[in-house]
Design a protein around this ligand. Structure first.
Ligand SMILES: *Cc1c(COP(=O)(O)O)cnc(C)c1O
Length: 392
């Protein structure tokens, strides 16, 4: 289907409608297992001589539809679906590493990804360096003979720092190092890392891909060989598989991804302009800000600037908490990419597990708030924010 535009591919299905009574939408196969016609067929399926489903942890038609769709959207060879974004992140990282390996990680990665890295360091002696990837020469110096992969998030939560995917790929290529990109903040609609040369893309599909705040799920896309290895090891045997119903919800959510993202981006631009003129907002980070350090890079590697804005208010943690407590339309919650506008306080919420010193180095101060701009009327969102800002 890759000859059609992304907006079209988001909507159209891969399954054969004729085999499903002409069903317009992908059927939901809410089943744990699949019956064999006879013992020999069961034997042939297990031996891999006959294709077909066996048991839903190993594959399910609704899940297959989603996996084919995400591979198509990211323009990779093969996709896999997981029961959470962390399921995808951990399955990919665990498949890549062996004891004694080293990883380069972009500074400010998702809190639980950091937690996972600490865990594999302690348990499996896989070392890692957290580095800011804007100085490529500094980065190159950090590469060791045992560096297995470079793991990037861009833009990074909540500081919105970008990593230049193409430049990182160019460095990694010289040493046969794999590049993994967590594309959660953009979705394939705003950024396609594989087209920029990355090897593997992971998503928390809980966010923009699901888009409706009703499912926890993850996705990964890469080469057929690598994804097959993940499927048969760190997914099948570790067990982070998506439920058919959650896969079905994601297929439903994906149909509107393009129009939702357009609206998220439009609303975020509107809110950014309002926030940047408010006297109590002391600092604001948004890739769509023309004076943002990496504005040009954002324009180069992203289709649009996304729906996330971080900003600081005068008065530290108490002031930040006061703003959150004074909101009524905007909901105080972690997560992002939902129809509802959400606000959270990274220092005490998503990044509370990161040591304070590291946190401050990344720019996550006690005054920083992160806003996931939703799909409401932007005037209503601003009205609520302005009211909360004016109250303290
Ligand atoms: C939420 C998130 C994750 C983890 O995803 P879950 O679905 O919550 O497991 C990973 N990376 C990023 C950037 C995220 O925002």
């Amino acid at each position: 289907m890759s000859n059609k535009h992304l907006e079209t591919r988001l909507i159209h299905s891969f399954f054969d409608r004729k085999k499903h009574f002409g069903s317009l939408t992908p059927p939901l196969y809410q089943t744990s297992t699949f019956t064999f016609e006879n013992a020999e067929q069961g034997e042939a399926r297990f031996a891999g001589r006959e294709s077909g489903y066996i048991y839903s942890r190993l594959g399910n038609p609704t899940v297959t539809e989603l996996e084919e769709k995400i591979a198509d959207l990211e323009e990779g060879e093969s996709g896999l679906a997981f029961s959470s974004g962390m399921g995808a992140v951990s399955a990919v990282i665990m498949a890549l590493i062996e004891t004694g390996d080293h990883l380069l990680i972009s500074e400010g990665v998702y809190g639980c990804t950091y937690g996972l890295l600490e865990l594999v360091k302690k348990k499996f002696k896989v070392d890692f360096d957290l580095i800011s990837m804007d100085q490529l020469d500094v980065m190159e110096e950090k590469i060791r003979p045992n560096t297995k992969a470079i793991y990037i998030e861009t833009p990074i939560n909540p500081t919105m720092k970008l990593v230049d995917i193409e430049s990182i790929v160019a460095i990694a290529r010289k040493s046969d190092i794999k590049v993994v990109v967590d594309n959660t903040f953009c979705s394939p609609y705003l950024q396609q890392p594989l087209k920029l040369g990355a090897d593997i893309v992971v998503h928390s599909a809980t966010k923009y891909i699901g888009g409706h705040g009703d499912v926890i799920a993850g996705l990964a896309v890469g080469s057929s060989d690598f994804m097959q290895e993940v499927r048969m090891t760190t997914q099948k045997d570790v067990g982070s598989v998506i439920s058919p119903f959650d896969a079905w919800l994601l297929l439903r959510g994906l149909k509107t991804l393009a129009i939702r993202m357009d609206r998220h981006c439009m609303n975020a631009m509107f809110i950014f302009e309002k926030l940047s003129r408010h006297p109590k907002v002391t600092n604001i980070v948004f890739p769509g800000d023309p004076s943002f350090d990496q504005y040009d890079l954002a324009k180069k590697q992203m289709r649009n600037f996304g729906g996330l804005i971080s900003f600081e208010v005068e008065g530290g943690k108490l002031a930040a908490q006061k703003v959150m407590n004074n909101l009524s339309l905007v909901q105080v919650a972690v997560s992002l990419g939902d129809a509802e506008t959400l606000i959270q306080h990274p220092a005490t919420m998503t990044h509370a597990v990161v040591p304070e010193e590291e946190r401050l180095k990344m720019g996550i101060t006690a005054s920083l708030l992160r806003l996931s701009v939703g799909l409401e009327n932007p005037q209503d969102i601003w009205c609520d924010l302005e009211h909360a800002l004016n109250l303290f």
